[in-house]
Design a protein around this ligand. Structure first.
Ligand code: CP3
Length: 335
């Protein structure tokens, strides 16, 4: 059994496994080299040989406990026939949302568009054997936000505007729940043995709507993953003091926390559910002393508790690869 499963399923605390969100990405010169020649990001995610190569880049460099497949949460809107483009420096841009077209995408059409993703996973699986291989999806809410807002909601987001057309929202959530499960099923068949659900924009949901837009739709996905006998990690980013309710309602095998979460408090509130992450990725841009202090703080707080070392969000492009190596060494030395 790999170390992450041992931690989040068996609650073995004798070892702290470590991996990083966005461990393959722009901070690695070998990724940038491939990216320069492949300007269409979606096409890159649909190239099984390059998916394999990029996925394995951090594995070749570092002593990591998990491989995460190189792909994107926006492959689902793409497979539902909404245009998805990535423009340099301004993040994802989606085309017009045509509900009919989306609703009429049947499962065969949907899966056919994503076959190269599964082909890429199979190629990675051949190289990684029984090690942790993480497949992932966006949560229904986060995908809904991108599909309706058509770009990152970082600036000017209005909850009432996004959710005003209740028919659209309900139809879309239904279709997303169904296709997210399909996408998970095919990732697992191809070799993924852990699933992480990214709800990157859960923090935009008002408290009184959290159940409807985050807890309830995510619970359905979690139940589905568990029915496949596969462990599931949830990352409901930005929900602050609501992590406790999230854990008791959604019941993931592991919850990934963001930098706003007080690690000492959360440990008392998760009722034994494994915890992952937490450290602000910006810390990695500071000096080694500051980095070491922060890493040791998290390790100390979670000592004796099932904890997977990771960051509170993805590795920033400005991060030095040596910093990742430095952190892994600290984690290894302490446990
Ligand atoms: O973690 C990993 O190493 C696996 C790969 C991965 C990517 N995206 C590759 C990627 C994962 C897990 C994701 C998830 C993802 N994608 C999320 C959830 C996590 C989060 O960051 O909150 C979201 C919201 C997206 C949507 C998305 N894709 C954004 C906002 C961006 C950044 C755009 C930009 O210009 O900064 C992407 C592109 C993307 N996905 C990159 C990578 C490595 C950068 C590609 C590039 O421009 O070279």
């Amino acid at each position: 059994m790999n170390r992450i499963l041992d931690c989040i399923i068996n609650k073995n605390t004798s070892f702290v496994p470590v991996w990083f969100m966005r461990q393959a990405g722009r901070y690695l010169p070998e990724f940038r080299k491939i990216r320069e020649k492949n300007t269409n990001f979606i096409k890159l995610c649909l190239n099984p040989n390059l998916v394999k190569e990029i996925t394995l880049q951090p594995i070749k460099r570092f002593d990591l406990d998990a491989t995460i497949i190189f792909s994107d949460i926006l492959m689902i809107p793409y497979a539902l026939n909404q245009i998805v483009e990535f423009k340099k420096g301004s993040g994802p841009h989606l085309g017009n949302l045509e509900l009919d077209k989306i609703i009429n995408t049947n499962s065969n059409n949907f899966i056919n568009k994503l076959l190269p993703v599964y082909e890429g996973i199979k190629k990675v699986k051949n190289e990684t054997k029984d090690e942790a291989l993480i497949g992932f999806v966006g949560a229904p809410w986060t995908l809904l936000v991108y599909m309706i807002n058509k770009k990152s909601p970082k600036k000017d987001f209005n909850f009432n505007y996004i959710t005003k057309d209740k028919v659209l929202v309900n139809e879309l959530l239904k279709k997303l729940e169904e296709t997210i499960c399909l996408h998970i099923n095919h990732q697992v068949k191809a070799g993924a043995n852990i699933i992480q659900i990214f709800d990157s924009w859960a923090g935009l949901i008002p408290q009184k709507e959290l159940f409807n837009y985050c807890f309830a739709p995510t619970s359905k996905i979690v139940k589905y993953v568990k029915s496949l006998k596969i462990p599931v990690i949830c990352f409901p980013k930005g929900i602050g003091k609501n992590f406790k309710d999230f854990c008791s309602i959604v019941q993931p095998n592991c919850v990934s926390i963001d930098p706003e979460v007080d690690p000492k408090l959360i440990k008392k509130e998760t009722n034994g559910i494994a915890i992952q992450g937490g450290i602000d990725p910006k810390i990695l841009l500071e000096g080694n002393d500051q980095i070491k202090k922060t890493v040791q703080k998290y390790l100390q707080i979670f000592s004796g508790y099932p904890y997977v070392f990771n960051l509170g969000h993805g590795v920033l492009p400005e991060t030095k690869p040596e910093t990742i190596e430095y952190i892994i060494q600290i984690v290894r030395d302490q446990t």
